[in-house]
Every structure is written in structure tokens, then in C-alpha cells.
Ligand binder design. Structure first.
Ligand code: PSV
Ligand code: MN
Ligand code: MN
Length: 386
């Protein structure tokens, strides 16, 4: 196999999961700009996600968020997805939108609130059983706003206790993915603020507990690829929530703010096991001012471009330069790959897969955007920015 053929083969195995909430209306705490044609039901979100998969060929699963995507029959929803050519992916829990969670959820000082939160997480595992989903994705908004507000060490004990109960409920082949975020909505202390805290909990819990790296959840200047390399080395990287940020948790299209960072991350993924490992490539984005489906298509393409460039790194030349201590040559090997225009390669790949080489144009040509504007009135808010 030629080198390019090998790169294409690898790219065909990549799967990018899109989030149901990215299809709905979203905004900031200042304003939600409603768009026409956005989905009103989980089924309509899946139908939109199916369009993204239809034109990219690499977005076969959709993450759900409970209760935003609550339905009576999850097995039926999974069948609906399959009938539309996609599958249900990670189940995202929500322990942040109820009044009861003002002082936290799983770390709350009151045992009754902790019970409510853990029961919700257990319900999410029930849903996974019905949908056939592998991953339970946990992000906790828990933390404190003022020094002394609560005992930050006791909160870690409560976190461990709750996670242990949920971990015990996981079935064969199911995983718990623990996401960290350094601040917000809590401003003084956050209960899972960084990869070290997430890693420590996952390590104690066992093999089925893995860390999720949301690319928007770090302080400016953080070397995210180092975290990725370390977690992969420890076999503890469960997946990514991809998005990009200029300032904080902006949830912009992945690769928009810093495509070079995305390349460096993908380089470490390839270095650490490649695309066939159990790392879930998920998007976690909100499209506040741009059209949603094209933005998600663009995001999937951005992930593919960064991946293609990472696959093009001349690993032998890099290893030689590194061994010889040739700093400039080593850096040049990486930059050569990064500076390669991989768009023709990806266009070829899509043609090989029986797709239009240009997914965005193909989507616009499909007439889907006009159809949903005509058919859907009163679209749903994703849950954010109310
Ligand atoms: C909040 O920061 C957040 O963006 C987390 O990244 C979660 O993954 C997501 O919401 C969905 O709950
Ligand atoms: Mn996230
Ligand atoms: Mn986030």
C-alpha cells in the first residue's frame, strides 16, 4: 500500500460523533438568536445529524443529552436513528439545570440532593442499556463560589462515593467518561477542575472509567497535547469533546480558533495508538449565530483535515531528527505535515466513499435546509443560554 493509500484507509476508520444539542437553538446568557427550521424533537435532531453523516460519511453517531432528549421509548429512538442511517452515541447526563443543584449535585452537602443526582446518572445507564450506547459522559457543574462555602475535601469524598455507585451499575462494554473543566459555573473551586482530578478518580474506579478532554476547558496557554499524550500513555483517554475557544468555554467550531493546536492534538493521538483505539471523537459545540448543520459539517471536516495532516507526519524522519537532537529538522517534519494542503486528498477520499467531494455544497444542493424551514415551526432550544 502506498503511503497515501494508508492515510486514506486510516481516515475511513475515523468516526466523529455529533451532539444533539448542537442542532437546536443556543446562545449566550445575553440572547438566544432563534433560527428557522431547527429541530423540535429528538427525532428531528437525529434527522439533521443523518444529513451530516450523509455528506461527510464519517459522522455515524449522535450523542444524546438527558433530559433534553427525553423520550418514552429509547429503544424506539435507537431504531429511528438506525432507520435514518445513524446510531445513538454517548449519553450525556445533566445535573446542573434543576433548582436543587444550586450548591452542587453529586458533591452537594445534602445527601438527598446527592441521591437525586446519582439516581439521574443511574437512569442514564438504563437509557444506555436501551439505546446500546457505550459511553456515559459526565460533566459536573459542581463547585463553590466562596472560600469556606463548603469543605472542598469532603466534596471529593462525596464525588468518589457517587461515582463508585454509578460505576458499579455499568454493564459489560459500557464506560464512564469523566469530563473536567477548570471553572464555570462555579468561580472559586470546581470539583472536577482538571485532568489530574479526573484521572485520580478514574484510576480508583477502574478500567471502565476514562477521562474526557474537552478542548475548551483549559486555562489559556495549557498544553493540551501533553495532557492527551499522558492520558493515552496511561490508557485513560476515553474521548474528546471537540470545540474551540478564544477566551473561555466558547464552544465554537473545532479548529476555528487554532487549527494548529488541533493538529498537535491529533498528532499525539496518532502517536498514541491511532484512530482505531477506543478514543471517542465527539463534538461539543453550540452554533449561536451561524447555520447549524453547515457548521457541524465544517467541524467534522476540520477534524478530518487535522487528522489527515497528523497522519502525514513522516514518523521515521521525525524519530531520526529527534534521536540526533536536530531541533530544527524535527520541527520542520511536523510543520511540513501541518502545512500540507490535504483538501485534495480528502476530496479524493470522499469520492472513493461514493460521496460528493465537497460536503457543504452537497448539503446546500440537497434542499434539506429549505425543507426544514418549511416544515418545522417553533424549533427547540438546546438547553443553553436561556
Ligand atoms: C459545559 O461546559 C458543557 O459544555 C460541558 O462541556 C458538557 O460536555 C456539555 O456542557 C454538555 O453537558
Ligand atoms: Mn464538553
Ligand atoms: Mn463546555
Amino acid at each position: 500500500m502506498t503511503e497515501l493509500a494508508a492515510v486514506k484507509t486510516a481516515l475511513k476508520t475515523q468516526a466523529v460523533e455529533t451532539p444533539s444539542w448542537a442542532y437546536g437553538n443556543s446562545g449566550t446568557r445575553f440572547k438566544v438568536f432563534a433560527q428557522q427550521g431547527v429541530p423540535r424533537t429528538p427525532q428531528e435532531k437525529l434527522a439533521d445529524a443523518a444529513q451530516v453523516h450523509a455528506v461527510t460519511g464519517v459522522a455515524p453517531t449522535v450523542a444524546l443529552h438527558i433530559p433534553w432528549d427525553r423520550v418514552d421509548d429509547y429503544a424506539a429512538l435507537a431504531k429511528f436513528a438506525r432507520d435514518h442511517g445513524v446510531k445513538l452515541g454517548a449519553i450525556n447526563s445533566n445535573t446542573f439545570q434543576d433548582d436543587a443543584y444550586k450548591l452542587g449535585s453529586i458533591c452537594h452537602p445534602d445527601a438527598a440532593v446527592r441521591r437525586k443526582a446519582v439516581d439521574h446518572l443511574l437512569e442514564c445507564v438504563d437509557i444506555m442499556d436501551a439505546t446500546g450506547s457505550r459511553d456515559l459522559k459526565l460533566w459536573f457543574a459542581d463547585g463553590t463560589n466562596y472560600p469556606g462555602q463548603d469543605d472542598i475535601r469532603a466534596r471529593q469524598d462525596r464525588l468518589a462515593e457517587g461515582l463508585t455507585e454509578v460505576y458499579a451499575r455499568l454493564g459489560e462494554g459500557q464506560r464512564m467518561l469523566l469530563e473536567y473543566k477548570f471553572f464555570e459555573p462555579a468561580f472559586y473551586s470546581t470539583d472536577v477542575p482538571d485532568w489530574g482530578t479526573a484521572y485520580a478518580h478514574c484510576l480508583k474506579l477502574g478500567e471502565k472509567a476514562q477521562v474526557v478532554v474537552d478542548t475548551g476547558h483549559h486555562a489559556p496557554g495549557t498544553n493540551i497535547e501533553f495532557i492527551v499524550a499522558t492520558l493515552l500513555r496511561e490508557n485513560k483517554l476515553g474521548g474528546f469533546d471537540f470545540n474551540s475557544r478564544f477566551y473561555a468555554d466558547d464552544d465554537l467550531m473545532v479548529g476555528a480558533a487554532d487549527p494548529f493546536q488541533l493538529f498537535r492534538i491529533m498528532h499525539e493521538v496518532i502517536r498514541g495508538g491511532g484512530l482505531s483505539s477506543d478514543v471517542a471523537f465527539m463534538l461539543d459545540q453550540c452554533h449561536n449565530i451561524e447555520a447549524k448543520i453547515p457548521a457541524i459539517i465544517r467541524s467534522v471536516m476540520n477534524v478530518q483535515e487535522a487528522t489527515a495532516k497528523a497522519l502525514l507526519v513522516d514518523r521515521d524522519a521525525l524519530a531520526t531528527a529527534q534521536r540526533e537532537g536536530d531541533v530544527l529538522a524535527a520541527n520542520a517534519v511536523l510543520m511540513d505535515a501541518y502545512n500540507t494542503d490535504v483538501r485534495p486528498l480528502l476530496a479524493d477520499l470522499r469520492q472513493d466513499m461514493g460521496l460528493d467531494p465537497d460536503p457543504i455544497t452537497a448539503y446546500h444542493r440537497s434542499g434539506w435546509a429549505e425543507k426544514i424551514v418549511a416544515e418545522r415551526v417553533g424549533g427547540q432550544q438546546a438547553g443553553w443560554g436561556a
